[in-house]
Design a protein around this ligand. Structure first.
Ligand code: NI
Length: 138
């Protein structure tokens, strides 16, 4: 960890009360940790908006019995193999599968992949978790 710097923050009392309630709800260790999380969240947003290299995950829920669905999802992933770094498939129950596709690339590529996979007929839910390669949030 890099050297710590301290600074004071002035807040309206009402806002501080709400911040403390949020910290409690999120089980954050303390105000400093909560504040660091908020800053990192904003920096990640900035990374995604700035078009820099990002990391994230596409999460899909689907019924593998649907005709051709698995083949289509596999074809799409092969066409985007330059940004996919790993895929994990979990058989949730007799019908449902959970797929976690880890990606590293530009935000545009990640969003395109997530949209393409999510829009395949038979995918029950798809979401893109936007995270960071970690370099910009130290
Ligand atoms: Ni499965």
């Amino acid at each position: 960890m890099s050297e710590l710097s301290r600074f004071g923050v002035s807040l309206e009392k009402g806002l501080l009360v709400k911040f403390d309630q949020l910290i409690k709800k999120k089980n954050c260790a303390n105000r400093s940790e909560a504040f660091r999380d908020l800053i990192r969240q904003e920096l990640i947003k900035e990374e995604w908006q700035g078009g820099k290299e990002i990391a994230g995950a596409v999460i899909l829920i689907y019924d593998h019995h649907k005709r051709e669905l698995v083949n289509k999802l596999t074809d799409i992933q092969h066409n985007h193999q330059t940004i996919i770094i790993s895929t994990q498939h979990i058989h949730l129950d007799h019908n449902n599968c959970l797929e976690i596709i880890a990606v590293k690339g530009t935000p545009k590529e990640a969003k395109e992949l997530a949209d393409t996979l999510t829009s395949v007929k038979g995918v029950k839910h798809g979401t893109l978790s936007m995270s960071s390669t970690g370099k910009a949030i130290d």
